[in-house]
Design a protein around this ligand. Structure first.
Ligand code: PLP
Length: 426
């Protein structure tokens, strides 16, 4: 399969090129050129397949020009190293738990797939591939864990000293091996600026093979289609599917639309946001009016100008088509807290603030569609937002592997926020 830019259909490239470039050369986002339905044989075997087999069949058409079957098998195995259970929370609402990975959030899926893909591509490179990433917390840990021990790759994480939580810091400073953590005496913006300078440094790039693990990379998006199929596989066949997707940059929701184009029978997607409601407003009014983000308790979704909106526009063509497939919902922090408290009171299920927004959209959709079965994506483990969640439900149990992590020793290299200091690390 070929890929092209959202801005320029004439320009097409392979998966390998798309992954290595990140952005299309004209500044657009990479999208598949055409998306074909999965064959009847896939659906005939669907209920018998293991999660890895489903992921393999979904990934194969995209990867087959650049990889052999054994490599694709290894890539999906690395990606799905943890379970993705579908948990019923009440008579018509299900939680798709995407937080059982090493860093307790769905971003593990995309980061692990990208790492495995780059691991294979790195084999053809004479030099080690270095992934350079600036983080305010979560991206760094998902990337570090995804690439940990992947041969031929090294990760350098830059993070602002004293400005990430202890748990986040431990997630990328205790691995060692091919993961280096640079603790920058500055802000997250300083870290991003240093990374930009490194990518613009022609001399450094001659010596070191640098790659970014940017969230708009197609290799982080594609594997997010897997779990829409995995959710369907855990329900009786022919169940009409409604997915509620708590959204920030809309990568997750875009992946859902790709799954639908591959033939997954989805009735509706609920685009659920916090007060950063640029897309719900667009769906209602046709006006796309990006704004600076406002801080909320579901902070991974504090995005005023969603980066994947351009992909959604490309996939749907018009606002009318998009609004026919997607319904927008937006909620305040107090509605989010109420949802965490009342669902726990009524069922014992503990939501995180992001999943809570997905749950709210399902609940409101159900008032108008009483027979619908609605699945919300639970994108993070509640313990990641311990204070907020404990304010509503009392003590949240810390998983064993997290407790171990908190006692592990931090290894970081402190550097001033100056480019020469970063450069001397290579
Ligand atoms: C990144 C993130 C989101 C938003 O996902 P998008 O693909 O950017 O819409 C939601 N919840 C959590 C916990 C996240 O980390």
């Amino acid at each position: 399969m070929k890929f092209h830019s959202t801005r320029h259909a004439g320009l097409s490239f392979s998966f390998r090129e798309a992954v290595l470039h990140g952005l299309a050369p004209d500044g657009g986002l990479v999208v598949p050129e055409q998306i074909s339905s999965l064959p009847p044989s896939f659906w005939a075997n669907f209920s018998r397949y293991s999660p890895e087999e489903i992921a393999y069949e979904v990934a194969w058409p995209f990867l087959k020009t650049d990889f052999i079957p054994a490599q694709v098998q290894q890539i999906v195995q690395h990606t799905l190293s943890f379970s993705i259970p579908l948990v019923r929370v009440n008579s018509s609402i299900y939680s798709l738990e995407l937080f059982h990975g090493p860093t307790l959030a769905f971003k593990d899926v995309g980061a692990r797939f990208l790492a495995a893909v780059l691991g294979h591509l790195a084999k053809d490179e004479p030099r080690e591939t270095t992934v350079l990433v600036a983080t305010s917390g979560d991206t760094g840990s998902a990337v570090a864990h995804g690439f940990y021990n992947v041969p031929g790759t090294r990760v350098v994480v830059l993070y602002p000293s004293g400005k990430v939580s202890e748990l986040q810091e431990k997630q990328f400073t205790t691995l060692g091996g091919n993961i280096t953590a640079l603790e920058v005496e500055g802000t997250f913006d300083d870290c991003q600026q240093l990374v930009k300078q490194a990518f613009a440094d022609a001399d450094l790039r001659q010596r070191v093979s640098l790659t970014s693990a940017n969230s708009i990379n197609i290799a982080r998006l594609l594997p997010q289609t897997f779990y829409y199929f995995l959710a369907a596989a855990q329900l009786p066949p022919e169940t009409p599917l409604v997915f509620s997707v708590p959204s920030g940059n809309f990568g997750n929701l875009t992946a859902g639309v790709l799954a639908q184009r591959m033939g997954l029978p989805v009735e509706k997607f609920l685009a659920a946001t916090n007060r950063n409601d640029t897309v719900p407003v667009y769906l209602r009014t046709g006006q796309f009016d990006p704004k600076p983000s406002v801080p909320t308790i579901s902070n991974a979704m504090d995005v005023g100008n969603p980066s994947n909106f351009e992909r959604l526009v490309h996939l749907f063509g018009t606002q009318r088509m998009m609004a026919a497939a997607l319904e927008g919902y937006a909620y305040s922090d107090s509605e989010t807290r109420d949802a965490i408290r009342t669902l726990f009171r009524d069922t014992g299920y503990v939501l995180d603030p992001h999943g809570a927004i997905g749950y709210l959209a399902c609940r409101d959709y159900a008032t108008r569609h009483p027979n619908a079965c609605c699945i919300f994506l639970e994108t993070a483990h509640p313990v990641k937002f311990k204070e907020t969640v404990e304010g509503q439900v009392g003590e949240v149990e810390v998983p064993e592997r997290l407790r171990k992590l908190l006692t592990a020793t931090k290894q970081s290299i402190k550097i001033p926020a100056r480019y020469e200091a970063l450069r001397s690390q290579f």
